[in-house]
Design a protein around this ligand. Structure first.
Ligand code: ADP
Ligand code: MG
Length: 397
């Protein structure tokens, strides 16, 4: 689960990280009072969407000359004017895709005098299986480009989970970021604080880009992108309350209500599969035969008929779906339960696209019998290869 920048900053502030003062704004009419509450004379108006690259983004409604989604304002009148221009409009950035995202919230923040922009993140380092800091002096810009062109400018520092962030770790991070004086002292304090926030709230990503050195020599967290591990949210009611469902895919929200592992994708073939490995293999083979999956969906081990019905409905609700592939290997999952779920869902919502069903494993004969006797227009398949070819052919016409 992701949260907005202003929420992430409030959270980091609780842990003691240095962030600017700021006020979230939901209506343009609130912008003036928000700015008046800040010290000035420099303000920043920041679009709050769950995507990065806002500064270099453009508003669809404002055409090719549109200014970005993060703007420096030199007066309160300017704050108000920018707020009116941004709220309700659609911001397109490198990370939003062409459709962009509607800006429903702004963050009016105290402007900082920036000396240097640095990059810092904490994430899971898959090589060592540890949480790691990733830092670079090349902050404020596209870290992927830095990684590609000048990888020597990035330090990845895995943290020993038993020891936590040691003084030696902090020293290495300070050196990598070329921090001295006050900034170095700030860094020695800040790194353990960020690590604590990351671990205690079960984040899967904490990205501060940029972390800045101000002209007064001190550090400040200027941007904050946070993702939480969905599997740990049950122990953080306060964080769950920060969820902004308008930022999420409606199908994914529905899926999470039914405890389904579902990820919406851009392709045309809806997939209903049990087991993450089989789901990945199904997506791969669809691609192999020249089509793209519309989703990843793992209905899980012992799914009920109701869960299967919900899953099927989510797939059919996607207007991009031109065909559906049900691929079940019944181990714990029983093929007859899958069949019942599919039949129930089709009875409720109808079936407007071709459906290929491949069942194998526990109660497979019963499952096939139920489907055959249901009168559904189903294309039966014998194995994964056969199933993939049949659905791709059906979709291609
Ligand atoms: P994004 O990464 O989505 O573009 P940022 O929050 O990183 O958004 O802002 C983009 C740039 O705007 C920053 O790299 C920084 O140069 C500038 N900026 C952001 N917030 C402030 C601020 N409070 N004061 C001064 N400059 C800012
Ligand atoms: Mg940023």
């Amino acid at each position: 689960m992701n949260i907005h920048e202003y929420q992430a900053k409030a959270l980091l502030k609780e842990f003691g990280a240095p962030v600017a003062s700021g006020v979230p704004v939901f209506e343009a009419s609130e912008a003036r009072a928000a700015a008046e509450a800040l010290p000035g004379p420099l303000y920043v108006v920041k679009s709050q969407i769950h995507a990065g690259g806002r500064g270099k983004g453009k508003f669809k409604e404002l055409g090719p000359d549109s200014k970005g989604g993060v703007r420096l304002a030199r007066s309160i009148d300017e704050v108000v004017a920018f707020s009116e221009e941004m709220l309700g409009n659609t911001l397109v950035t490198k990370q939003t895709g062409d459709a962009g995202k509607q800006v429903n919230r702004l963050y009016i923040e105290d402007g900082a005098d920036i000396d240097r922009e640095l990059y810092l993140s904490i994430l899971v380092d898959r090589t060592t299986g540890r949480n790691a800091f990733v830092v670079s002096t090349e902050g404020g810009m596209d870290i992927e480009a830095v990684a590609e062109e000048t990888p020597e400018k990035i330090l990845t520092l895995p943290i020993d989970p038993a020891a936590g962030v040691t003084e030696a770790d902090c020293t290495r991070l300070c050196d990598a970021l070329a921090l001295d004086g006050d900034a170095r002292q700030d860094g020695m304090q800040l790194f353990p604080i960020l690590y604590k926030a990351y671990v205690e709230t079960d984040m899967s990503l904490l990205e501060v880009n940029p972390l800045i050195v101000m002209t007064d020599g001190h550090l400040r967290v200027l941007d904050a992108k946070v993702s939480f591990d969905g599997n740990a949210l049950f122990r953080h009611d306060d964080i769950l309350a920060l969820r902004d469902e308008t930022e999420e895919d409606a199908k994914e929200i529905e899926a999470s209500k039914h405890d389904l592992a579902y990820v919406a994708l851009d392709g045309t073939i809806g997939c209903m599969v049990n087991g993450a490995g089989l789901a990945m293999a199904t997506m791969d083979i669809i691609k192999l035969y020249g089509e793209e999956p519309a989703n990843f969906l793992d209905v899980g081990g012992g799914a009920s008929k109701e869960k299967v019905t919900a899953a099927f409905k989510i797939i059919t609700a996607d207007p991009n779906v031109k065909g559906i592939l049900v691929n079940i290997f019944g181990g714990i999952m029983r093929c007859d339960v899958i069949a019942e779920g599919v039949i129930a869902a089709v009875k409720e919502v109808g079936l407007k696209v071709p459906l290929v069903v491949r069942l194998e494993g526990t109660n497979v004969e019963l499952g096939k019998k139920l489907i055959n006797e249901s009168g559904l227009n189903v294309i039966a398949a014998d194995d994964l290869d056969d199933a993939a070819q049949k659905i791709v052919n059906a979709v291609k016409g």
